[in-house]
Design a protein around this ligand. Structure first.
Ligand code: UN1
Length: 517
């Protein structure tokens, strides 16, 4: 059993916020960890420590900071299997996906260790002689990073790694229900060679974190907020940061569409829908929300999709399954509400029942001895979804996928965008015209062609629009704009003042000149 406390200046802290016990969601009688939560004061204190340490860290040359990221990547690699198993144990992610998640952390480190030797600015020509212009990336200061538990190390690494590389100090608030994973990742970070106080991990619940953040912003000890989680919380954080003239990096929900054109390879589309709809039990922000299928191939698609989902292995996440349990009790409880959104005009497919898999509502081929030992849920395909349905509009974080149909391309686009989210999207087609028109007109920040809505690579910009975020992007070079500010410098070494715009030499052209006819 892992007993976890917040880590400030590398030391464990008091836990005035109470204790949470975390069970393995696939085997509820196995207690994995105990989270000793901090409170608003713990969060504020962590931000103060980070503020006091940031200048020293930013003074370390960027290539040397890159070296710390390199060491972190090595530590993650050398501890990869332990970390992956812990992910599977604490949130029930299938072991293969857990390994993929750890790989994503390594990929992020690999990208940013080199960025320490780039972090390029520019030299820019001046209007005047004997004067030079330059741009520099400067760190923002203290980054407060608040992340969800469905990707308990990969998504945090998208923030923490570039934030540190750019010379910021960091306070990380992981999900309360992944304390053991958070502690493991925090230990790897703390062993990577950062100076004391550069990185803190605070375990706290949502309200305490919000209160602590509010005070930290008032006190000026937080300069950037990064948040992955629900749209509702993202809106509140956006308001709070806006009061301090700060723009948070927000990565919020999704209702990701997968459009199937009549010319699509249907088996490929089904494969994509199966993975993006039900991988991680639908608990990714990139999970498929609604498959939007052309009327001519609708029935064929639904039949093939139903077969694939019905036959998919579900159960014990340590084995080779499509998905395991819901990652935490609260996600299981919320999923019970989403299932209530199914209406009489819908047709349900994919399993022998809807809701929790129990002895009375079994799932054929369940992988494991006792489905009631964990939070296992039937996969649910809901056919006949329409634009006016709640199921069309509301993000349902779990193993449920809607299927809608369309006649014209314009209708497909309207359905792909109409819910107001704009994170990921996908189109299955063999026609480049459809693929590129879709790219142009879909509101999502990410577009897949003949690929699922999930599975973003670690070095392409990740992020959404509308209800999915405020346009900020993570990953690759794009995230550098979240964790640095551009500073412009000019240096005039002529010896007397040259005024921009006014003292600029002209070129004497003869603009009356015309070519002989
Ligand atoms: C998330 O669910 O918050 O593209 C991120 C994917 C993963 C990341 C998902 N690499 O599905």
């Amino acid at each position: 059993m892992h007993s976890v406390r917040s880590l400030v200046s590398g030391q464990t802290t008091d836990a005035p916020g109470g204790v949470r016990t975390i069970a393995n969601p696939a085997r509820l009688d196995e207690i994995v960890s105990e989270a000793h939560l901090g409170d608003a004061e713990t969060f504020l204190q962590a931000c103060r420590v980070a503020k006091a340490s940031q200048l020293a860290w930013s003074s370390v040359p960027a290539p040397v900071r890159g070296r710390a990221i390199q060491q972190l990547g090595r530590l993650v690699e050398d501890n990869a299997e332990t970390l992956a198993r812990l992910i599977t144990q604490e949130i029930g992610k299938p072991i293969k996906e857990s390994r993929g998640e750890v790989q994503e952390v390594m990929d992020t480190c690999s990208f940013f260790l080199g960025e320490g030797r780039r972090l390029y600015g520019m030299t820019v020509p001046s209007e005047m002689p004997d004067k030079q212009l330059f741009t520099f990336r400067t760190p923002v200061g203290v980054a407060a990073i608040i992340t969800a538990g469905n990707f308990p190390v990969a998504v945090p690494s998208w923030y923490l790694v570039p934030a540190l590389l750019c010379g910021n100090a960091v306070v990380w608030k992981p999900a309360e229900y992944t304390p053991a994973i958070a502690d493991a990742f925090a230990q790897l970070i703390l062993h990577a060679g950062l100076p004391e106080g550069t990185f803190q991990m605070v375990l706290a619940d949502g309200p305490a974190t919000f209160a602590g953040l509010e005070r930290a912003l008032d006190e000026g000890v937080v300069d950037k907020v990064g948040f992955t989680g629900s749209t509702a919380v993202g809106e509140r954080l956006g308001e709070l940061c806006g009061r301090h003239l700060q723009t948070p990096c927000l990565e919020l929900g999704g209702k990701n569409p997968l459009v199937v054109m009549p010319d699509a390879d249907l088996d490929l589309a089904v494969e994509g829908a199966l993975f993006s709809g039900f991988g991680t039990a639908g608990q990714r922000c990139t999970s498929l929300g609604t498959a939007i299928v052309h009327r001519d191939v609708h029935q064929d698609f639904v039949d093939r999709f139903t077969k694939a989902v019905t036959e998919a292995p579900i159960g014990d996440p340590t084995r080779d399954v499509l998905y395991g349990p819901m990652i935490d009790e609260r996600f299981a409880a919320r999923f019970e509400d989403w299932v209530e959104l199914i209406r009489d005009h819908h047709h349900v497919h994919g399993s022998s029942a809807v809701g929790r898999i129990t002895r009375r509502a079994p799932r054929e081929g369940f992988v494991g001895d006792d489905p009631e030992a964990g939070f296992f849920y039937h996969p649910t395909i809901v056919d006949g979804v329409r634009a006016e349905d709640d199921l069309y509009r509301i993000e349902t974080f779990g193993p449920i996928v809607g299927v809608a149909s369309f006649d014209t391309f314009d209708e497909a686009i309207a359905l792909a965008n109409g819910h107001g989210y704009g994170l990921s999207s996908s189109i299955y087609t063999t026609d480049p015209l459809h693929a590129f028109r879709f790219r142009e007109r879909v509101s999502a920040g990410m577009v897949s062609v003949n690929n699922s809505t999930s599975g973003a690579e670690a070095h392409l910009p990740f992020g959404g629009n509308g209800r999915s975020g405020n346009g900020s992007r993570q990953s690759g070079v794009w995230v550098l704009d979240q964790f640095t500010r551009w500073q412009a410098m000019n240096w005039d070494y002529l010896g007397h003042l040259q005024k921009a715009q006014m003292d600029v030499a002209d070129v004497a052209a003869d603009l009356t000149y015309r070519l002989p006819e």
